[in-house]
Write a protein that binds this ligand. Structure first.
Ligand code: TYD
Length: 216
């Protein structure tokens, strides 16, 4: 099934994706700072958790003591996303803002699909229902070897997904790369091995181009 592509009205939607520990939270924050420094109004948030019901859904999803079944897990991520799109993302785009998300629809395909083996066609449908067909103009995929990402996360308290075995994270990484190969114009693969500044420079070059388009 091909998703109808609804262009966001006015603003621009940019997402950051990648395996846990790839540095996307830092890079999405730096991207927000970049746009603010250029005079844009920015809405930045994350999934799961970016809406008013998000923190509750996020704790249901990430609590290792009571993991939901696979379908419930996919539906919970979708419920969180639907609320986020309805309550925060579409209104911000309608106001002409730059919306920057730390994870969005590609995470569901990579984690629940490629990582956990749920049906990709079903997950694509769920994504479409949750977003109403909204598709980001640009997605930055921060690509990193899972063993390097694991080293970077050593000091962190791992959530339910971060506790998964190395092979799971390898499948998720390969899944993200597969998605990028299918949609090379939208999903830009960024080599995340460098230090924060080097990775930020790679991303900023592309943000300058997006900004020009926004003002065109
Ligand atoms: P994230 O907020 O990136 O983790 P962190 O606690 O490091 O900030 O995401 C939490 C976890 O949720 C992460 O391991 C990826 C997973 N996830 C999915 O499995 N599917 C999804 O659709 C999304 C958005 C996240």
């Amino acid at each position: 099934m091909t998703a109808p592509k609804t262009a966001p009205s006015g603003g621009i939607l940019i997402t950051f994706e990648g395996i846990d520990g790839c540095g996307k939270s830092t890079q999405s924050r730096l991207a927000a700072e970049f746009f603010v420094s250029r005079g844009c109004v920015v809405h930045s948030s994350r999934e799961p958790g970016g809406s008013s019901i998000g923190p509750a859904v996020r704790s249901l999803l990430l609590d290792s003591s009571r993991p939901p079944c696979p379908l419930a897990e996919a539906l919970l991520f979708s419920a969180d996303r639907a609320q986020h799109v309805h309550e925060r993302i579409r209104p911000a785009l309608a106001r002409g803002e730059v919306v920057i998300l730390d994870r969005h629809t590609d995470s569901t395909l990579a984690y629940q699909g490629y990582g956990s083996g749920q049906d990709l066609a079903v997950l694509r449908q769920l994504n479409m229902i949750a977003t109403g067909g909204l598709v980001p103009q640009a997605t930055f995929l921060l690509d990193l070897d899972p063993s390097v990402a694991a080293e970077r996360m050593e000091k962190r308290q791992p959530d339910r997904f971060e506790r998964e075995a190395g092979e799971f994270h390898q499948r998720v990484r390969d899944g993200f790369l597969h998605l990028a190969a299918m949609e090379p114009e939208r999903i830009r693969v960024i080599d995340a091995r460098g230090d924060q500044k080097a990775v930020a420079r790679l991303i900023q070059k592309q943000l300058e181009v997006l900004l020009e388009k926004l003002h065109a």
